[in-house]
Write a protein that binds this ligand. Structure first.
Ligand code: C2E
Ligand code: MG
Ligand code: MG
Ligand code: MG
Length: 284
């Protein structure tokens, strides 16, 4: 009887696996098509100075409005894209949409702010990346200082010499580099000295517990102090409350990003955060 039950359990298990695989393949097919049909776009989330709440820039976040699956969040389609070789193409779209937006604002006579774009490990494995991004900036006639690239700690651990070479090539062009989700990786911190990094982004998981959680507080303070000691900028991500914002400001964190200040918004709405935004912009 136990044997029967076991076999039945096994059948259920494989059926569930088959179902998952079919779903995944289906999503991949949709993504391939969606990429071709222009279903990938960006939202922009403001970054603010904690001192006065002024907006200092944006982060571009990929969005996929799928004809078949509706709005699919990046946590579902970025890892999938990485596995099936589409993340480079998605990265290209995100970069292009970002630079297009900046160029559009400039053409309209707006004062613009830097925008950060997330890179994936696959993109950083492309030795031509720095050249391609440089060419794209020239195509849109934009100064490289308007672009920032967000990397994660794990991306710095692969082929160190190659990654270093690419990052220096980006940095030498005047592009700023930041470490995203800082504090969640496992690597030694010595990489902060070896790579040309400008900004540390405190991971949301540490910010969530502020104020009051001794471990969350200790980790945030340690990251803020380390950033200062290394002359790096430091920004907290996922700030959702006034109390979190006050704690961070009081302890020397210069910048923040999170729902407390602003959510990621479509690019037209993001224009309302530009320095010369007019009152009429806020009513549309
Ligand atoms: P990330 O780069 O750490 O981006 C921050 C994420 O936190 C975004 O989620 C943002 O919407 C969310 N967020 C911002 N403020 C708050 C807050 O106050 N509370 C909470 N709970 N969440 C907040 P999103 O847009 O879903 O993106 C998730 C992740 O997907 C990103 O994390 C990034 O790792 C990846 N991703 C997004 N766009 C791209 C892209 O263009 N390329 C690559 N390679 N990865 C991307
Ligand atoms: Mg990011
Ligand atoms: Mg982040
Ligand atoms: Mg994060």
């Amino acid at each position: 009887k136990a044997k029967e039950k076991g076999r039945l359990g096994y059948q259920f298990f494989t059926a569930a696996m088959d179902h998952q695989m079919v779903e995944r393949r289906e999503l991949e097919k949709s993504l391939r098509r969606g990429l071709r049909d222009g279903e990938i776009f960006i939202h922009l989330q403001p970054k603010v100075r904690l001192g006065d709440g002024g907006v200092t820039g944006f982060e571009a976040l990929a969005r996929w409005q799928s004809a078949e699956h509706g709005l699919v969040p990046p946590v579902r389609f970025i890892p999938l894209a990485e596995e099936c070789g589409l993340v480079g193409a998605i990265g290209d779209v995100v970069l292009r949409r970002t630079l297009e937006t900046l160029a559009g604002w400039r053409a309209a006579g707006r004062k613009v702010l830097p925008v950060a774009v997330n890179l994936s490990a696959v993109q950083l494995g492309n030795p031509a990346l720095a050249g391609e991004i440089g060419a794209l900036l020239r195509e849109f006639d934009l100064p490289p200082s308007l672009l920032e690239l967000e990397l994660t700690e794990s991306m710095l651990m692969g082929d160190v010499d190659q990654v270093r070479a690419i990052l220096f090539r980006l940095k030498d062009q005047g592009i700023r580099l930041s470490i995203d989700d800082f504090g969640t990786g496992y690597s030694s911190l010595s990489y902060l000295k070896r790579f040309p990094v400008d900004v540390l982004k405190i991971d949301r998981s540490f910010v969530t517990d502020l104020p009051g959680d001794p471990e969350g507080e200790a980790l945030c303070l340690a990251i803020i102090h380390m950033a200062k000691a290394l002359s790096l900028d430091v920004i907290a991500e996922g700030v959702e409350t006034e109390a979190q914002s006050l704690f961070l400001a009081r302890h020397g964190c210069d910048y923040a990003q999170g729902f407390h200040f602003a959510r990621p918004v479509p690019v037209d709405e993001a224009a309302e955060y530009l320095p010369d935004a007019r009152v009429s912009d806020r009513t549309v």
